[in-house]
Design a protein around this ligand. Structure first.
Ligand SMILES: NC(=O)c1ccc[n+]([C@@H]2O[C@H](COP(=O)([O-])OP(=O)(O)OC[C@H]3O[C@@H](n4cnc5c(N)ncnc54)[C@H](OP(=O)(O)O)[C@@H]3O)[C@@H](O)[C@H]2O)c1
Length: 342
């Protein structure tokens, strides 16, 4: 069956300028970390992507290691691109990253020029594209000079492999250093990708949001739903088939009685706003303009539709924000804390 995008796809989504660049991102973006390898059927993967684009989600986020197995999410998305989106490449923002373990030996992870450029070439091949729109250093490498990592990103842009570059899970100090190097090379750092949600607020403690504003960089918050915890999914137990049952990155121990109590209270606040908890969680990360886009994941097309509709109400009263702060207990769920500790 051939796919034709919905002609109303740009009617409701909100697009926000990414820092001081010319690029606008949808307020909700779709990431392919989970559910885009051999863990879901191709037909469902395809319909998740169709639903996203039909609702104005123009940005698809990947990385070399997304799967399982690593690399397969790029291969699957490459197939969808070719099969369904080939006439729409210029309407899409596709990103990829390198930093985590990808192949054996000393050149298969971290931040060397050798690894980043080789990995970018592999990603382009798997995706079947000439360039990605954004290429990221996926994590700060404490053992490689930052200058080398940033020079590699600059080279990736100059050689036509990517249009823009970004960094992920770098702390505020490293972000300032990386941005200064990239500026001096003439390739501004477009975007930062940190984890951020109502129950994972390290970016606030680290002062990242005001720093990004000052540096003119945009930002895209990953895991805004805390991997599904900030939805109605775990309100009364752990349902079959949910991420917490899949032995992936969501440890079922995270769904503790204390966390569930906090999620239930947040769910009540969302209901009073006329939103689902997922929608309120997305609106919350976008609330003060300090974050350009909320980067969600999904295992079903209906989830994408519900999340895209979060943009119908992005504003909060002072009372709502106060109630959220009183209910949202910060949980020990930041799996990326080590990367931003260096
Ligand atoms: N830069 C980095 O280091 C890094 C790290 C992690 C992630 N990311 C990026 O961020 C993206 C998002 O990560 P994530 O998937 O963990 O984000 P998330 O949006 O916090 O969680 C997604 C999960 O929430 C559930 N969900 C989504 N919408 C729902 C809805 N409307 N109702 C009920 N449940 C809903 C689904 O769980 P079920 O699967 O249980 O249905 C879905 O798989 C990744 O794909 C990746 O692109 C980047």
């Amino acid at each position: 069956m051939s796919y034709r995008p919905d002609s109303t796809r740009y009617d409701t989504m909100v697009y926000r300028r990414c820092g001081q660049s010319g690029l606008k991102l949808p307020a909700v973006s779709l990431g392919l970390w989970h559910n885009f390898g051999h863990d879901l059927s191709y037909q469902v993967q395809r319909s998740i992507c169709h639903s996203a684009f039909d609702h104005g989600i123009t940005h698809f986020d990947l990385a070399n290691n997304y799967g399982p197995p690593p690399g397969s999410a790029e291969t699957v998305f490459g197939k969808i691109l070719q099969q369904d989106f080939s006439g729409y490449r210029d309407e899409l923002i596709i990103s990829s990253k390198a930093g985590y373990h990808m192949w054996p030996g000393p050149y298969g992870e971290w931040g060397s020029r050798k690894y980043l450029i080789a990995s970018c070439d592999q990603s382009l091949k798997r995706l079947g594209v000439d360039y990605v729109d954004i290429f990221y250093s996926h994590r700060f490498d404490p053992d490689t000079p930052l200058e080398e990592t940033m020079r590699a990103l600059d080279h990736i842009v100059r050689s036509g492999r990517a249009l823009y570059v970004g960094i992920s899970s770098y702390n505020t100090q490293r972000t300032r250093e990386a941005a200064a190097i990239l500026d001096s090379l003439g390739t501004p750092c477009l975007i930062h990708q940190p984890s951020y949600s109502m129950i994972n607020r390290w970016v606030e403690r680290d002062g990242l949001k005001p720093a990004l504003q000052e540096l003119g960089m945009g930002s895209i918050a990953f895991t805004p739903l805390a991997q599904g915890m900030l939805t109605d999914k775990y309100l009364s137990g752990i349902p079959d088939g949910s991420r917490a049952t899949q032995n992936k990155s969501l440890n079922p121990d995270f769904i503790s009685p204390g966390a569930v109590e906090s999620i239930r209270a947040l769910n009540n606040i969302a209901a009073k706003r006329g939103q689902s908890l997922a929608q309120m969680a997305i609106a919350w990360v976008l609330r003060d303009g300090g974050i350009t886009s909320a980067l969600i994941g999904a295992s079903k097309p209906e989830q994408v539709v519900q999340c895209a509709e979060a943009v119908r109400n992005l504003s909060f009263s002072a009372e709502e924000l106060k109630a959220i702060d009183a209910s949202a207990t910060e949980e020990d769920i930041n799996l990326w804390a080590k990367s931003s500790a260096n």
